[in-house]
Design a binder for this molecule. Sequence first.
Ligand SMILES: Cc1cc2nc3c(=O)[nH]c(=O)nc-3n(C[C@H](O)[C@H](O)[C@H](O)COP(=O)(O)O)c2cc1C
Length: 350
Amino acid sequence: MQGISLSLLTQLGIRYPIFLAPMAGITTPVLASRVSEAGGLGALGLGAGDPFQAEAAIRATQQLTSQPFQVNFFCHRSTPLDPAKSRAWCEYLSAHFAQFEQAVPAQLLSPYASFTDSPELLDVILATRPAVVSFHFGLPPKSILQVLQRAKIPYWVSVTRLSEALYAQQQGCSAIIAQGIEAGGHRATFDPLCDAGLSTRELLQQLAPQISLPIISAGGVMTGGQINQLLTQGASAAQLGTAFMACRESAASDQLRQRLSTAKSTQITDVISGRPARGVIGRWQQEIDSPIRPPHAGYPYSYALAKQLDKIACAQGVTDYQVCWAGTGVTALRPLDASPLMQTLIAELQ
Ligand SMILES: Cc1cc2nc3c(=O)[nH]c(=O)nc-3n(C[C@H](O)[C@H](O)[C@H](O)COP(=O)(O)O)c2cc1C
């Protein structure tokens, strides 16, 4: 392992450069604690919940382990709903609702707030003091970062290109998560319309000589051998999401596990949530993301509609609209629980 790698691990007080990716709707206190107990860094994806849910999850994890773990929030720039776009998007999806004899909603609401607009989430962090807080889609304003600095709570942000990494460095992040195009879930780009589309390896190659912070590589990493390669190329650790989705300790439903186990390939689309995200190809990618579709209703308003359609469909036994975020490595998914998966990754790493 590289010197810089040891220094990040030493800072955190953990043994292995194997980090669980925070995944909203998938990571659980049990999953996070198992990874941390095995010597990696556990994580909670708390971006889609409210402050009460966030506090409950952090405290539950702290009950399960005294080892460090990461908590994660979405930091998108909130935009007001565009009523005309929203109506057009609802109308476009109305036939899909109609097949279940349901009317499409007349208007859309945001299903969750950005961290920046929710001071209660900052209070939760200050009250619970997780080892690290990380952000997706950008960083909160300086005033919030200064509160974290004063409280001595380190913060990280996911980046997808050099300019975002340089900004993160300037804003006092203590490490950066370098997310390649192979990654499952949402692209971390600060601006959803501006994506350099760099692979995990290309991004690391660009960042390693320019960035003095520890780099945590994410995207398409499924084995200890791949982690080793990234460490050799300058990463301090790797963050794995898809690899942990099938663990019994994750919150994935039986239907989702079924989709993951039979997945052949993934694709990025912005029609589900309103921001580009990679998932297993299904009806959203094949049919709804048509070249002649209207513009979607924006993030996270479109997501509210997608979640409603999936709920209605599932209630009638149809899983076609299920959102199955996953990275390009999904076909290499190993159906192991968290502790044996960690042991396997550690053995491969050594
Ligand atoms: C199901 C799923 C949900 C995700 N949710 C989040 C999230 O809430 N916050 C976040 O920062 N990243 C999220 N991500 C992205 C991961 O942090 C990470 O970039 C990605 O999982 C790495 O690629 P991999 O899935 O190929 O390992 C999610 C990824 C997946 C697969």
